[in-house]
Design a protein around this ligand. Structure first.
Ligand code: GLN
Length: 191
């Protein structure tokens, strides 16, 4: 299984380390050619305005849209969730528009810029998932085909639409492999 991690900016190295922890060799994706050599893509945390522009400059936006339309699984975390969303509240910054959700950037506000909490994830056995939020977005609208997998204080922070998974937090920053394993299972077609 070949998993790419978009490596234009942000914390892609932590995702590669988590993939290794799951027994999977990931690869850095910066070009359309590198994307073509993967079966699934993780879009990490980072700065969505910067990465949105860089993706467009390298033609990766169109290439990712085309692959996902043909069934490639994609997993966006934090910035990645912003970039896969169909709509970003109050912004016309470039994004991929893959998942039928609306997101609000930096949505938890200043006082709680960064925090951790325990999340109950639908379908996961205990213990809860420890979630790290860093200037995180959350989902303010979910489309009909979107399944909500976790909420925090009533805010949607983990959701799935078929082969598209989006997390407002950073599952690559803890030692808990379950969210990445969930994505790997999507790729393997076993969910
Ligand atoms: N605040 C960032 C953005 O809006 C996302 C933060 C992150 O990915 N850790 O792009």
């Amino acid at each position: 299984m070949r998993i790419g991690v978009l490596a234009l900016q942000g914390n892609f190295r932590e995702h590669l380390a988590m993939l290794a922890h799951c027994g999977v060799q990931g690869s850095e994706v910066r070009t359309v050619e590198e994307l073509a050599a993967t079966d699934g893509l993780i879009i990490p945390g980072g700065e969505s305005t910067t990465v949105g522009k860089l993706m467009a400059r390298y033609g990766l936006d169109a290439a990712i849209r085309e692959r996902v339309a043909r069934g490639m699984p994609v997993f966006g975390t934090c910035m990645g969730l912003i970039l896969i969303a169909r709509e970003i509240e109050g912004s016309d910054q470039p994004c991929l528009g893959l998942m039928d959700v609306t997101v609000r950037r930096n949505a938890f506000g200043r006082q709680v810029d960064s925090f951790e909490c325990d999340l109950e994830v639908a379908g996961f056995a205990p213990p809860p998932v420890r979630a790290v939020f860093i200037r995180a977005p959350y989902i303010t609208r979910v489309g009909e085909n979107v399944e909500v997998l976790a909420t925090f204080e009533g805010r949607v922070v983990l959701a799935r639409q078929k082969n598209i998974l989006g997390a407002a937090f950073h599952p690559e920053l803890t030692s808990d492999r379950r969210i990445h394993q969930f994505f790997l299972d999507l790729i393997a077609g076993s969910r």
